[in-house]
Design a binder for this molecule. Structure first.
Ligand code: SF4
Length: 393
């Protein structure tokens, strides 16, 4: 797909960089680490794309689709898990179009690959993949997800438009009815799945009626988030050659803002449903608010020499605001010591905004072992204090 969610390395140039990262000593020769440092890693399984969507340069710049042998992928996931990685994301522009035929003609489909990585690397707590192409999502792949509890309940499946006329002009190869059917099938097998999408506004010839169909699709999909792009013509693409970029920029901007507003409403409604529930998060690091707080403390430290430097080592057990992701890719911020980074923990959600869930740690037992042992001391009225136990205890 042309784009992938921000944290999943959105640009194709970055996807390219992932391959060279394998040779980088910091990556230990395998995978590419994500936001939680060595707790998350990316493994490319396909490169290039054969879809030729009319707006996209990828087939020209990255070439035709090529796939890696499944044994290599499984071995890489196993090596990463042995190194302490908690979450592996399989990468490809159209990741679910993965297929491999060995010398004896035995075919490994994407569904087979998911089952292999899940079953043959049981020590890996989380497995994800991005980005999927709607037309290629088979029931078998959905069943592989549904039957594999450590595969994250998250699907990024860009629709790009709710208008069949525009989907055809984009050369997407599916109708909005096909797309809705895929969402229905995914939800019927995995009621807890979180879906995300991409939409383009202002594609050549997009009328107000076309745009309304995209709004309708957004409401139908109830995405956990949607990446919205204003169309811009790319030389070398079919759309550049065939169509005038005839939607004025102010209309593109307005449609972009309208879709963002609809999506924010949906986000908030989705998030509110989680209030009072316990969710499991992989702790990725300090929250943005905590980082800003630290930066401002450091800035003040430049002016006031007495201000002590901020400790950065994992043994610091002061409570900070951390950020984590659920299996469905929702962001949760909560207070805890930084030694929890890289752990998978239950967090109870108590508040929600359109883009963030606010939670609190519920108990000491990490779902998967956290980097260090914790002791929680309750201090009445729901407050708690966390004590990090040293390795000897
Ligand atoms: S599926 Fe379409 S949008 Fe995605 S990379 Fe391929 S050509 Fe580009």
């Amino acid at each position: 797909e042309h784009s992938t969610p921000a944290r999943h390395v959105p640009e194709h140039d970055d996807l390219e960089a992932l391959d060279s990262s394998r040779a980088h000593p910091a990556a230990g020769g395998a995978g590419h680490y994500g936001a939680a440092g060595p707790a998350q890693a990316y493994v490319r399984i396909t490169r290039g794309c054969n879809k030729f969507c009319s707006f996209c340069v990828v087939p020209m710049t990255r070439g035709m689709e090529q796939h890696r042998p499944p044994d290599q992928i499984v071995a890489e996931a196993r090596r990463l898990a042995a190194r302490g990685v908690r979450e592996v994301t399989l990468l490809g522009q159209t990741v679910n179009h993965y297929t491999w035929s060995d010398d004896r003609g035995r075919v490994t489909t994407f569904a087979d690959l998911l089952r292999r990585v899940h079953d043959e690397v049981p020590e890996l707590p989380r497995l994800r993949f991005v980005t999927s192409f709607p037309r290629d999502f088979t029931d078998d792949a959905l069943r592989a997800m549904a039957g594999s509890p450590r595969i994250c309940r998250y699907l990024h499946i860009p629709a790009q438009s709710g208008s069949n006329r525009l989907l055809k002009a984009m050369n997407r190869g599916y109708t909005v009815e096909d797309y809705r059917d895929l969402l229905d099938r995914a939800r019927s097998l995995m009621p807890d799945i979180c879906l995300s999408g991409d939409m383009i506004v202002g594609f050549p010839g997009e009328t107000e009626a076309d745009f309304t169909t995209s709004v309708d699709l957004l409401r139908y999909a109830r995405y956990k988030n949607c990446f919205i792009f204003k169309y811009s013509p790319r030389p070398g693409t079919a759309a550049y050659d065939r169509f005038d970029d005839d939607v004025p920029d102010e209309i593109k901007r307005r449609r972009n803002n309208d879709l963002l507003a609809v999506q924010a409403e949906i986000n908030l409604a989705n998030h509110r449903e989680l209030i009072g529930r316990s969710v499991e998060v992989l702790v990725e690091g300090l929250s943005k608010a905590q980082l800003r707080r630290q930066e401002s403390e450091q800035d003040r430290g430049c002016e006031v020499e007495a201000c002590p430097p901020l400790p950065r080592d994992a043994s610091d057990d002061r409570i900070v605001q951390l950020t984590g992701r659920t299996s469905g890719d929702q962001i949760v911020v909560f207070d805890g010591p930084r030694s929890l980074i890289g752990g998978i923990l239950p967090v109870e959600v108590f508040a929600a905004t359109p883009y963030t869930l606010h939670g609190r740690l519920t108990h000491a037992g990490a779902v998967e072992p956290a980097p260090r042992a914790l002791q929680v001391e309750t201090a009445g009225s729901g407050a708690f204090r966390l004590r990090v136990l040293n390795a000897a205890s």
